[in-house]
Design a binder for this molecule. Structure first.
Ligand SMILES: Nc1ncnc2c1ncn2[C@@H]1O[C@H](COP(=O)(O)OP(=O)(O)OP(=O)(O)O)[C@@H](O)[C@H]1O
Ligand SMILES: [Mg+2]
Length: 260
C-alpha cells in the first residue's frame, strides 16, 4: 500500500531482550488501526518506534511509500501527531494556550513571543486562537478554554491533550493508552470521538491506537494487530481477532487472570 504509514518487518532489541520481532502493519488514510496485547507485548515500543523515540534495529518504516525516519520534534511537520502520556499539559498556560501550542508549527511566527506579550503577528495569533477554539468546541470542551489544566478533572485534561494533538492538523494521530484512568462513560465518549476522526470535515485523520482496553479497541478499530512477546500473533477485523484462539490465549487469558 502506498498511502499512509507502514511498518515493514520491524525489529527492536533492548540488550538481550527482543521487544519487537518482524512486526509489519499499515495504517491507511481514513483507517483506525488498533494494537493490543498483554503487558510487555511491545505496544509502547511500537508506538515509540513510530514517534522516533526508539530506533528499529531491523526493518523499515514508510509514509506514503517514502522512507520514514521519525524524529520526535519533526513529527507534526510530517502530518503525524501523538498524545503525551499523563496528558503532558503545560501547567502555566490556559487550556486554550495549551491547544494553541500544539499548532505552532503551522504559524509563521512562534507562539512563545505571543504568549509572552511581545510584539507579534496579530493575524497569525488570531488564526491560531480561532483554530484552537474550534478544536476545543469540536471536542465539547470549549467551556474550559480559559481554565488552568491543573484545576480540571482527569477526563477533561485528557481531552485537552487530544485537542492539542489535533490542533496540529495531523493526517495520522498516534494514541498510546488513551483510555487509561477513564471511567466507563468517558471511555464511551472517547470511543465516539476516535471513530469520528477519519470523518472530520476540515482535517480528516487516520488513527493508530495502542491500547490495553479491549472494549475500546473493539469498538473503534477497523483493523486490529495483536502483539504477544513482540510478535504479531493475529491481525484482522475486530470480530475475527476476538475469536482467534491465539488472541484468546495471549490476551484474553491474561485479562481474565488480571480481573480475577
Ligand atoms: N527502554 C527499555 N529498556 C529495556 N527494556 C525495555 C525498554 N522498554 C521496554 N522494554 C521491554 O520491552 C518489552 C516490551 O515493552 P513495552 O513497554 O513495549 O510493552 P507494552 O506492550 O507497552 O506493555 P504494557 O501493556 O505494560 O504497557 C518488555 O519486556 C519491556 O520490559
Ligand atoms: Mg505500554
Amino acid at each position: 500500500m502506498a498511502d499512509g504509514l507502514a511498518l515493514h518487518q520491524v525489529g527492536v532489541r533492548f540488550g538481550g531482550l527482543t521487544a519487537l520481532d518482524d512486526v509489519s502493519l499499515e495504517v491507511g488514510p481514513g483507517e483506525v488501526v488498533g494494537v493490543i496485547g498483554p503487558n510487555g507485548a511491545g505496544k509502547t515500543t511500537l508506538f515509540n518506534v513510530v514517534c522516533g523515540f526508539v530506533t528499529a534495529h531491523t526493518g523499515t518504516l514508510t509514509l506514503d511509500g517514502r522512507p520514514l525516519r521519525p524524529r520526535p520534534h519533526r513529527l507534526t511537520r510530517l502530518g503525524i501527531a501523538r498524545t503525551l502520556q499523563g496528558t503532558g499539559l503545560f501547567a502555566g498556560l490556559t487550556v486554550l494556550e495549551n491547544v494553541m501550542a500544539g499548532a505552532t508549527h503551522t504559524a509563521r511566527v512562534g507562539l512563545l513571543p505571543a504568549l509572552l506579550g511581545l510584539p507579534r503577528s496579530d493575524r497569525d495569533e488570531r488564526r491560531l486562537r480561532e483554530h484552537a477554539r474550534a478544536v476545543l468546541d469540536e471536542l465539547g470542551i470549549a467551556g474550559y478554554a480559559d481554565a488552568a489544566p491543573g484545576t480540571l478533572p482527569f477526563a477533561v485534561r485528557q481531552r485537552v491533550g487530544l485537542a492539542r494533538a489535533l490542533a496540529a492538523r495531523p493526517r495520522l494521530l498516534l494514541l498510546d493508552e488513551p483510555a487509561g484512568g477513564l471511567g466507563a462513560d468517558d471511555v464511551d465518549t472517547l470511543a465516539e470521538l476516535i471513530r469520528g476522526l477519519p470523518h472530520r470535515a476540515a482535517d480528516p485523520c487516520a488513527v493508530l491506537l495502542v491500547e490495553h482496553h479491549m472494549d475500546l479497541v473493539m469498538a473503534v478499530c477497523d483493523r486490529i494487530v495483536v502483539l504477544d512477546f513482540g510478535r504479531v500473533v493475529a491481525a484482522g477485523a475486530p470480530e475475527a481477532v476476538r475469536e482467534d484462539p491465539a488472541v484468546v490465549d495471549a490476551y484474553l487469558g491474561a485479562a481474565v487472570d488480571e480481573a480475577a
